[in-house]
Design a protein around this ligand. Sequence first.
Ligand SMILES: Nc1ncnc2c1ncn2[C@@H]1O[C@H](COP(=O)(O)OP(=O)(O)OP(=O)(O)O)[C@@H](O)[C@H]1O
Length: 283
Amino acid sequence: MTTLTETPVSTTALDPVLSVRDVRVRGQVDDREFVKGVSFELTPGKAVGIVGESGSGKTLTCRAVLGVLPEHFEVAAGQIHVAGLDIASATREQLTDLRGSTISAVFQDPASYLNPSIQVGPQIAEVVRVKKGLKRRAARRRAVELLAAVHLRDPELVYSQYAYELSGGMLQRVLIAAAIAADPRVLIADEATTALDVTVQAEILDLLADLRENAGLALVVVSHDLAVVAQLCDEVLVMRDGEVVEQGPTTRVLYEPQHEYTRLLITEHEQYGLEKFLTREGP
Ligand SMILES: Nc1ncnc2c1ncn2[C@@H]1O[C@H](COP(=O)(O)OP(=O)(O)OP(=O)(O)O)[C@@H](O)[C@H]1O
């Protein structure tokens, strides 16, 4: 089987690979706080989920962690450490090095992250070449390996295809392959399976679980779908209007919700079959 990482990652290390402490995100235009104090820690192989309705600040939290807030937004307070590095005091060069190789992300709408006029494989090979310093031929080989690792059938064929030739599920896998190309320690999956049909979604979730278990990847999973978080995450944060209204172990939050808003989300999601993912033993 194709290896997902070139160097084995310890899953027993206790040092957090990501530490987010009381982070606040402010919009500079109207001086409004959009994220009002988010804290969590991730050690290798762990997964944290962020749930909440549209506009509650989930994506802004992720973008703050990645150091790519939209224009006119800033981290107004709090600390973010990625693999021990305080990103507020990191140089531009350190941040560029960090992105992709230590922390990486997959968002919704994979097509918009790929260049439509370049075959998908070379785009992954380029990440490997730049971030891992591999020569062209080795980078190509690694890109094909990565396409196989995300369970794309006929990876050689996919390597030479263009984004428009691939289905949504295939594209999302290509994006995951690109996101893990430089062996990051943290992967942010922001609504990464939302646009996919149920079967493909389940396959992508299995893939993320596999990366977590076998490569020690730490995950931040953003989803409006509690079932997704129930399946993948150890801990969950429930956000509403920029605030974390509830936070704790996934099974506790989903089985014994303390906050009325969490109860409301759970009731809304019962139709999606939350039960089938959630066991008392936890993920
Ligand atoms: N690029 C932007 N320009 C202006 N306002 C923005 C921008 N991005 C986010 N916002 C504002 O910040 C709020 C929080 O946005 P965010 O994208 O974090 O929400 P979310 O919880 O991820 O929602 P969704 O589930 O719809 O993605 C939004 O309601 C919006 O008002």
